[in-house]
Design a protein around this ligand. Structure first.
Ligand code: G3I
Length: 315
């Protein structure tokens, strides 16, 4: 069978997967190590996972992911330092002034990014800062600190780990639309101000039949702005149980998304949000949908897996 990480390397990109630390053994661990050259902890580096109680840290899951990556010559995508979701209650329900929350936020970044300094290739520093219409999401950070929280977070991350590439990551920004244009304008403004920003992550939680036709053009416009781009959380969901025709269409769409990244020099790589349908968030959140990843629940490669390989030059 084709090896995605080798094919991707020959094309100048990486191929990654989100992982669940507790599953990194047996067949799940074998496929993760053999097929992918970047891994993203699905939950283990989120604020609520590492500091549920103020000042009390749990690093076991995050440490396990980093150690696995080092044992398998993989990059690590750190996910994520500042996000409105999976925040501990003490952060989301605190009554903050701008200064106190800014200090809490930059201390968190210094602690977490500092712990893994030199061992993380890409950090999703800020996750999901925009609403669909391109206005700022009213997260606790936005509300208490204001627009500048993103620049503050990026500067803190650069100070904590100068070698990591710093990304802003969001969903529904894959095509050219109001939300991706807001992200574009943010990056432009950050660069003009000299704020450290290295890339944008397009999550790509897609629905079968709805891959944006402007995906490659959108990647290209960010590249032209002078930042890298990555597809960070790719999955393509469909109604279940899937038909043969749906699986064939999913193959074509995984191939198209992978090809769009490979076609733009500044697109660094693609990460699937779980490589197996047994480790996907989709069925828990979208009733009646699933089958969103390249391997089925029994770790058998689906047509989508061969679509990825074909986009990477496998014949
Ligand atoms: O760990 C507990 C477990 O102890 C408990 O028994 C179980 C019962 O519900 O919940 C478990 O926690 C769940 C956790 O995933 C680990 O499985 C949470 O309820 C569940 O909410 C959480 O979902 C995660 C979700 O982010 C939270 O918003 C998904 O796994 C994760 O894949 C998903 O990832 C996000 C990205 O970080 C950002 N972009 C969107 C993407 C999909 O939502």
């Amino acid at each position: 069978e084709p090896v995605l990480r080798d094919l991707a390397a020959a094309k100048g990109i990486y191929y990654g997967t989100a992982v669940t630390a507790s599953k990194l053994n047996g067949t799940y661990g074998t496929i993760t190590g053999e097929q992918f050259d970047s891994i993203t902890p699905g939950n283990e580096m989120k604020w609520g996972s590492v500091e549920a109680t103020r000042g009390s840290f749990t690093w076991s899951g995050a440490d396990a992911v980093v150690a696995f990556a080092e044992a398998h010559a993989q990059k690590v995508r750190g996910h994520t330092l500042v996000w409105h979701s999976q925040l501990p209650n003490w952060v989301s329900n605190g009554s903050w002034t701008a200064d106190t929350l800014r200090t809490v936020m930059t201390d968190h970044i210094a602690t977490e990014a500092g712990r893994y300094q030199g061992r993380i290739d890409h950090w999703d520093v800020v996750n999901e800062p925009f609403n669909e219409d391109g206005t700022r999401r009213q997260s606790v950070f936005q509300t208490a600190i204001g627009d500048s929280y993103i620049a503050d977070a990026l500067r803190a991350a650069r100070a904590a780990d100068p070698a990591a590439k710093l990304y802003v990551n969001d969903y529904n920004v894959e095509g050219v639309n109001a939300k991706s244009t807001a992200l574009y304008n943010l990056v432009k403004s950050l660069k003009e101000q000299g704020v450290p920003i290295d890339g944008v992550g397009l999550q790509a939680h897609l629905i079968l039949g709805q891959v944006p036709s402007t995906l490659q053009a959108n990647i290209q416009r960010f590249a032209d702005l002078g930042v890298d781009v990555a597809i960070t959380e790719l999955d393509i969901r469909m109604t279940v149980p899937p038909t043969t025709a749906q699986l064939a269409q999913q193959k074509a769409e995984y191939k198209a998304v992978t090809a769009a990244c490979a076609a733009v020099a500044r697109c660094e790589g693609v990460t699937v949000w779980g490589f197996t349908d047994s480790d996907s968030w989709i069925p828990d959140v979208f009733t009646g949908y699933g089958a969103a990843t390249p391997y089925d629940e029994n770790f058998q490669p689906k047509p989508a897996y061969y679509g990825i390989a074909e986009a990477l030059g496998w014949v």
